[in-house]
Write a protein that binds this ligand. Sequence first.
Ligand code: PLP
Length: 396
Amino acid sequence: MTASNVQTSHKVQRFTESVIRDMTRQAIEHGAVNLAQGFPDFAAPEEIKRAAQLAIEEDLNQYAITWGAKNFRAAIAQKFREWQKLEINPEREVTVCCGSTEAMVASMLALLNPGDEIVIFEPFYENYGPDAILTGAVPRYVTLHPPKRATDDWSFDVDELRGAFTPRTRAIIITTPHNPTGKVFTRPELELIRDLCVEHNAVAITDEIYEHILYDGAEHTSIATLDGMRDRTVTINSLSKTYSVTGWRVGWAIASPDLTSAIRKVHDFLTVGAASPLQAAGVAALSLPRAYYDDLAEKYTERRDLLLSALLEVGFHAYVPRGAYYIITDISNFNAGDDRTFARRLVQDVGVGAVPGSGFYRHPELGAHQIRFTFCKKIETLEHAIENLQKLRTTV
Ligand code: PLP
């Protein structure tokens, strides 16, 4: 049998490689400033780097307990108690995974059967589509509409959301703060989602990895804290964004003991466990004082404002994010082709990597005029990108 006859799975044939990570490769190839993928180019906090070094120095080099080192799970529970005022049992309600990426797919594999429906807001972080395919779950998409006024946030139609819940619905994915839109779900919106979850006996799987990256007084609410949701929520988080260590691959899922034991089984056979010295450093990370989080939000506000004003100045229509570290823009003003053509020219001719909006939609036409930029970069990197963006006035 020749290599060309070798079979791949039907599942894998239904999705492509990540558009975001492809744009990173293109940015490297063209020597462009990479504002595509959401990883910082600045240093992580000294305390946590020291803790990681010390852990290896002390020979913490073997497998941790599959569902996470005891002291790290205790630190996760303690932080959740402190910030969300919710008491969780680290022995039975926390699973440490290889990033929130694994926590999400492990949760979906643990909770959903092929044919079960899962509600997903669109645009969405692109992993959720392939996660649903790998699980065999059927996504039901609910559109997030761009704000019409600068003071508004992205919104969904209540009837559309209600209509997306059917007798086959088992779960909904919430991302708050949201990537790519920067939307921060409000308490009334989450209460509505809660009511639908309770009515349909569905679980909320909530990706809260940007919980500390908030602007203009926006407040983060964890849906697990709403009445009736504690035992029907999987709260996913990670060290990646809050502590600027996206390459460490340490995340976690918090859920009731029943849900957790299912998630732990999948996690055990998927990856065995996350890097043990980095879990030790995670204890140091989760113990940082509140001032660390204030400073993080402040630094990101400065970066958001810098990139936002530059994008507006060169002619983008930009939506102001309330949280996370992305700006989604509308490129209609440029009259320069669709999002993919525009992103290609941006990386090749202008020297800035960004992500075509259609990659965030199941219905690509909804994103065909959108481009996402990240601003989780050093000020000098952003300034370099802004300088290159000036070429847009003549090149595109
Ligand atoms: N979830 C969202 C919403 C993201 O934006 C990202 C990364 O950009 C991830 C998950 C991946 O996070 P992790 O590094 O914890 O796997």
